[in-house]
Design a protein around this ligand. Structure first.
Ligand code: 8X3
Length: 268
């Protein structure tokens, strides 16, 4: 065997041995930042989002920068069948997911609970709760069989208490906390870990989405305060994933320095 062939075989084996992180909602914001952070750590990535175009751009950039393997899983997390097909038909070398980052989620509208758009309520509940639960249902049994794995759910400070106009979003994030706590209990006799990372104000396209594309209105949310970035949250997610195996970071609330709760922010 020629030296370069030996090297190639060695490199291929290294790729296969790399840990695997599956990140939902990876085309922007916190999910995208997590993709870069885990790539930096040498992980093989399984990236999910609805937009294949955006995922392809990220795949290309990450492969250029970090040389890690990036597999795209473009489907809507609310599409149970698509999720099932994508995950069960993964080639063998990508089946052993080490870290599941349940990040896909959104807020729609800031309406009073009795006036909001019902379709928005459905979308938030289906994406933030049902889809997260479905990913857990699809991925965690394999982790239990292999005796290793980490589920990191992206919750929110919004799950700690309601704020005006946010009750449905807040309720979905309260559900993420309860699902995380319940899963941790159900896995207590296994080596698996469950983390709920609860960000406060993070400047991503979160508010643009919430306000139906109204960028000016979205910008006001972050005026007079230095908000968190997707990278700030990715650092915390990665820290939790990298902690020694006997350390389970159960829950982390991450706020901007001038934010004290979901509804209390000091603006200059
Ligand atoms: C987003 C945090 O405070 O904008 O999950 O609702 S907040």
């Amino acid at each position: 065997m020629r030296i370069c062939d030996i090297f190639r075989t060695f490199a291929a084996n290294i790729t296969i041995m790399a840990k695997i992180a599956f990140i939902t909602g990876a085309s922007s914001g916190i999910g995208k930042a997590c993709a870069y952070k885990f790539a930096q750590g040498g992980y093989t990535l399984l990236l999910n989002a609805r937009s294949e175009d955006k995922l392809q751009a990220i795949q290309h950039d990450i492969q250029q920068q970090y040389g890690v393997d990036v597999v795209l899983l473009p489907f809507d997390v609310r599409d149970r069948k698509a999720a099932e097909v994508a995950l069960t038909t993964l080639p063998d070398q990508y089946q052993s997911i080490d870290v599941l980052v349940n990040n896909a989620g959104l807020a729609l509208g800031i309406d009073k609970e009795y006036e909001g758009i019902e379709e928005n309520y459905d979308t938030m509940i289906e994406t933030n709760i049902t889809a997260l639960l479905m990913m857990t249902r699809l991925v965690v049994p394999g982790m239990v069989n292999r005796g290793k794995g980490h589920i990191i759910n992206i919750g929110s400070v919004a799950g700690d208490a309601a704020y005006p106009g946010g009750s449905v979003y807040c309720a979905t994030k309260a559900a993420v906390k309860v699902l995380s706590d319940g899963l941790r209990m159900d896995l207590v006799d296994t080596p698996l870990r469950v983390t709920n990372v609860k960000p406060g104000l993070v400047e991503t396209n979160f508010s643009v989405t919430r306000f139906g594309g109204d960028k000016e209105r979205a910008d006001k949310v972050y005026q007079g305060i230095k908000p968190l970035t997707g990278d700030d949250i990715a650092d915390v997610v990665y820290y939790a994933a990298s902690a020694p195996e006997h350390v389970q970071i159960a829950e982390v609330l991450v706020l901007a320095t001038h934010q004290a709760s979901g509804s209390l922010v000091y603006r200059k």
